[in-house]
Design a binder for this molecule. Structure first.
Ligand code: ACO
Ligand code: V55
Length: 350
């Protein structure tokens, strides 16, 4: 993280929160490195205002939450949160609790843009709340996590105990919260507390890779997708079924890109596009080109080894057609990752 935007005219961040925006990604970092990014009462107000501002900022397509230096967040600041709050009158206290809960959970869990927690180091106690609130989490393999509350004579408060139930198994949550034992990023990935753990020197690149794949998607559909998944968890089957039907219709009706209509037309009528091609590099239908029917004919199981005409344009890791999605006998179109095989029937084949 650079601190290039530490002073940012007219923006709510710049002190305990720094923001860098590049290529559609807003890198939001807690900036209290001397305290290992422990979270103070004051930070809550700055972070809340930052999240609100970035929500409206069109240059932010994906939000990455991280920490300046080698720590993600050492949890609630024992001095500047707990002791500070102890000295407050009940109304001030209520305001701090509300602001803290609002940024760590309320805003983030329902953020209208994809959010990724990039866990670059320590992640303790209260830091589990924003960690779980983010849609995705990628950790350094050697990041250290700990539900250390038990060692401080408190329960995982705020809503830490509750957020654990969203992503951890009952056994894991109880084990780590009751023992206070630390675990590393690899273990966090094994337990599915984070999506994956990567070596520290690859953490930023991997995060950019994931962010980019999200940026290539239809933003409205990505937003509705995350809401659908998060909401469904707490709805009954009947409610969920009704809600998802309504949510689907809402998305179709409001999608400014008319993605569903376009995809169906291109696939069914124009035969110019297959969803698997679409998912790699976000190349539009026009990017899918033809090459002669390969031999042997690719199947779902077999890879087509012909060089992709789109090699070098972000399609196919090895520059080949890598997976075939359609190879039904009698069909003349074989749409694979980035390539559309077109040819008539060949003697002896299909
Ligand atoms: N609150 C306040 N200050 C903190 C916190 C915290 N949660 N975590 C670290 N700091 C401060 C330290 O007091 C120290 O300040 P100082 O230099 O002014 O003395 C500075 O950050 C660096 O910390 P060290 O302890 O010196 O760093 P070290 O690398 O030795 O240890 C570790 C890192 C293990 C993370 C240690 O700082 C620690 O245990 N911190 C507390 C983590 C924790 O349990 N957090 C949860 C609190 S409870 C909750 O969140 C609900
Ligand atoms: C904790 C966290 C809090 C809080 C009180 O996990 C205790 C400990 C996230 O806020 O307000």
């Amino acid at each position: 993280m650079t601190n290039s935007n530490t002073v940012h005219e007219g923006k709510p961040w710049g002190k305990d929160v720094v923001v860098d925006i590049a290529d559609g990604i807003a890198w939001v970092a807690i900036n209290r490195p001397a305290k290992l990014n422990a979270m103070s009462a004051e930070l809550a107000f700055e972070m809340l205002a930052t999240l609100d501002a970035l929500e409206l900022d069109e240059s932010c397509g994906v939000l990455v939450l991280t920490g300046v230096g080698d720590s993600w967040s050492a949890g609630m600041d024992l001095q500047d949160y707990f002791r500070a709050v102890d000295k407050m009158n009940p109304m001030e206290k209520a305001q701090v609790y509300r602001a803290n809960a609002a940024w760590q959970w309320g805003r983030l869990v329902d953020y209208p843009k994809p959010t990724i927690a990039m866990v670059n180091g320590w992640c303790f106690g209260g830091a589990f709340t924003p960690l779980v609130a983010c849609d995705l989490a990628i950790a350094a393999e050697d990041a250290v996590f700990g539900l250390s509350e038990v060692n401080w004579g408190i329960i995982p408060g705020g809503i830490v105990s509750k957020v654990l139930t969203e992503v951890m198994s009952q056994r894991d949550a109880l084990y780590y919260a009751m023992t206070g034992e630390n675990f590393d990023g690899r273990k966090a990935a094994d337990m599915r507390l984070v999506n994956e753990a990567v070596p520290k020197d690859r953490l930023k690149d991997r995060t950019i890779e994931v962010a980019k794949s999200l940026l290539e998607k239809n933003p409205m559909v990505v937003r509705a997708t995350k809401t659908a998944i998060k909401m469904s968890k707490s709805l009954s089957w009947e409610q969920s079924s009704e809600y998802l039907r309504a949510k689907l219709d809402q998305t179709i009706a409001l999608d400014p890109e008319r993605g569903r209509e376009k995809g169906m037309r291109q696939f069914l009528d124009e035969k110019s596009y297959g969803p698997s091609g679409f998912s790699v590099g976000g190349v539009e239908a026009s990017g899918i080109v033809s090459h002669p029917l390969p031999s042997p004919l690719p199947s779902r199981e077999r890879e087509c080894q012909l060089p992709s005409p789109l090699a070098g344009e972000g399609l196919g890791e090895r520059g080949n057609c890598v997976r075939t999605t359609h190879s039904k006998p009698g069909r003349t179109n074989l749409i694979s990752l980035g390539c559309k095989h077109t040819a008539g029937k060949r003697d002896g084949e299909i």
